[in-house]
Design a protein around this ligand. Structure first.
Ligand code: BES
Ligand code: MN
Ligand code: ZN
Length: 500
């Protein structure tokens, strides 16, 4: 597997080989240190810009191969657009764009962390490095052949050239922990379901004990004892046993109630007896993106020794059609005691969450809880892939999530909850049914269903990440399908609550 490059922070000087990436604004203006590095080549850049009609627009770039007067293989100039419009959240993106200009075959690359106005702050340069490494991620462990131009050298080095390497290195430490969490989440989402089934997922989560997490795995027997029949019903048609994993990180005040993160972990969703059509069904290997995010987040919190008590709970099942599979019309009794009529076995995620959310609240009495789930196609119809759907019983939590969403670029859009929608999940035969009975407002009725398992005294938010957790469009900081969406968002939320 092509590893991400080794990251080095160094002083700003003209590198004598490899690829050099520098930034300019829409006036083709460079920072003072960058000008020094370019030396006589600065004039060459101006001429090349003219003939290539490169104007320094945000995200645009100009490549010079073996630029005269420099010893480099390649010089790339990346535009930042109007310097005055650059916002703190842009630096991760800039890092991604810069890294994207480095050919896979390059053994050495240097990015100069300077804007026309001068040196980047430690946080800006560390964000730049974070974005560059997120961009460098590739999931290629199953590729046994490769085109020549994609062949990566054994060792790749990325140097971030900065004014004060020491402070930037320190600022980067927590981002490294977060990136490792994002990588974990992406890997889990990208893994195929023949490799990553509930027990294997649980094993990988348990391996995070080495990061300092306490990890407990509940097997079917334990879940039966607890009465998690809503979750168990989903998994009963699978050859693979279901699991619930509880991950804990206690970095906060002793005895203080934890915050709780709950993830939908449907390792593969065929739809069950209400089977899905064949087109794109392979994407349903990623129906555990919520659980992947929770796992990556918990790893990140532990690795950066966050000053918080946090629990992560994931419900791991496989939804298969089978002689033992659950049927439409079946009625199950959830751990909460409430009964559920199964109308559609493809509305399985909410059944898993119902029991895990209930369990989390009973056992941990959390300060707030947030669940993440690739829950409905309807949220993709509503919001596309830019924003995740957010449902909340608490305005403060919703506002904080919206704010950190804008800051990290993992954006959430609040959707409504209301008694009229709640009524739609009433059932003739049981306390509720597992669909709203109509496709209209499908993401909302799903959220209303989950809300019936939430104690309104606990602030709660539900994030429907069906559109954001898997993403085949490539963007500046992710070229792979699994996005790792939510790790940076929730890490920032925790920091906002506990560390500011
Ligand atoms: N995992 C799917 C939702 C999904 C769809 C995620 C596409 C990502 C991409 C979920 O379990 C599901 O099948 N939901 C149904 C619910 C319906 C049967 C009420 C849906 O959205 O169609
Ligand atoms: Mn489904
Ligand atoms: Zn599903």
């Amino acid at each position: 597997m092509a590893d991400v490059p080794k990251l080095v922070f160094g002083a700003i000087s003209a590198p004598s080989r490899g690829v050099l990436v520098v930034f300019c604004d829409d006036g083709l203006k460079f920072g003072p240190a960058t000008r020094k590095v370019l030396g006589a080549a600065a004039d060459l850049v101006q001429r090349a810009a003219k003939s290539e009609r490169f104007a320094g627009k945000r995200g645009a770039s100009l490549d010079l191969i073996h630029p005269e007067g420099m010893k480099l293989a390649r010089l790339t100039v990346v535009g930042i657009g109007k310097a005055a419009e650059v916002k703190p959240r842009d630096f991760v993106r800039f890092g991604g764009v810069a890294m994207g200009k480095v050919p896979a075959a390059a053994a050495e690359a240097t990015i100069v962390a300077e804007l026309p106005r001068g040196s980047m702050t430690a946080d800006e340069a560390a964000d730049l490095a974070q974005g560059a490494l997120l961009r460098a991620y590739a999931f290629d462990r199953y590729k046994t052949r490769r085109k020549d131009e994609d062949k990566a050298p054994d060792k790749r080095t990325l140097t971030i050239a900065v004014g004060d390497a020491g402070t930037v290195r320190r600022a980067y430490a927590r981002r490294e922990a977060i990136n490792d969490g994002v990588t974990t989440a992406r890997d889990l989402v990208n893994e195929p379901a023949n490799v990553l089934y509930p027990e294997e997922f649980a094993r990988r989560a348990a391996a995070l004990k080495k990061s300092g997490l306490t990890v407990e795995v509940l097997d079917v027997r334990a879940m039966k004892k607890l009465g998690m029949n809503a979750l168990l019903g989903v998994g009963q048609g699978s050859a693979h046993e279901s699991r619930v994993v509880v991950m804990r990180w206690n970095g906060g005040k002793k005895g203080e109630a934890p915050v709780a993160f709950i993830g939908k972990g449907v390792c593969f969703d065929t739809g069950g007896i209400s089977i899905k059509p064949a087109a794109s069904m392979e994407d349903m290997k990623g129906d555990m993106a919520g659980a992947a995010c929770v796992t990556g987040l918990m790893q990140a919190l532990a690795a950066r020794k966050a000053k918080v008590n946090a629990v992560g709970l994931i419900g791991l099942v496989e939804n298969m059609p089978d002689g033992n599979a659950q049927r439409p019309g079946d009625i199950v009794k959830s751990m909460s005691g409430q009964t559920i009529e199964i109308i559609n076995t493809d509305a399985e995620g909410r059944l898993v969450l119902a029991d895990v959310i209930w369990y989390a609240a009973q056992r941990f009495k959390p300060k707030f809880m947030i669940d993440l789930a690739t829950l409905t196609g309807a949220i993709i119809v509503a919001l596309g892939q830019e924003y995740a759907g957010m449902f909340a019983n608490n305005d403060e939590l919703a506002e904080r999530l919206a704010k950190v969403g804008e800051e990290t670029g993992e954006k959430v859009w609040r959707m409504p909850l209301a008694a009229e929608y709640d009524k739609m999940v009433d059932s003739k035969f049981a306390d509720m049914k597992n669909t709203g009975g109509s496709r209209w407002g499908g993401a909302i009725t799903a959220a209303q269903f989950i809300k019936r398992f939430v104690d309104d005294k606990i602030p709660w938010a539900h994030l429907d990440i069906a559109g954001t957790g898997m993403d085949s469009r490539q963007n500046d900081i992710n070229r792979s399908w699994g996005s790792g969406w939510g790790v940076r968002l929730l890490d920032r939320l925790v920091a906002d609550f506990y560390e500011r």
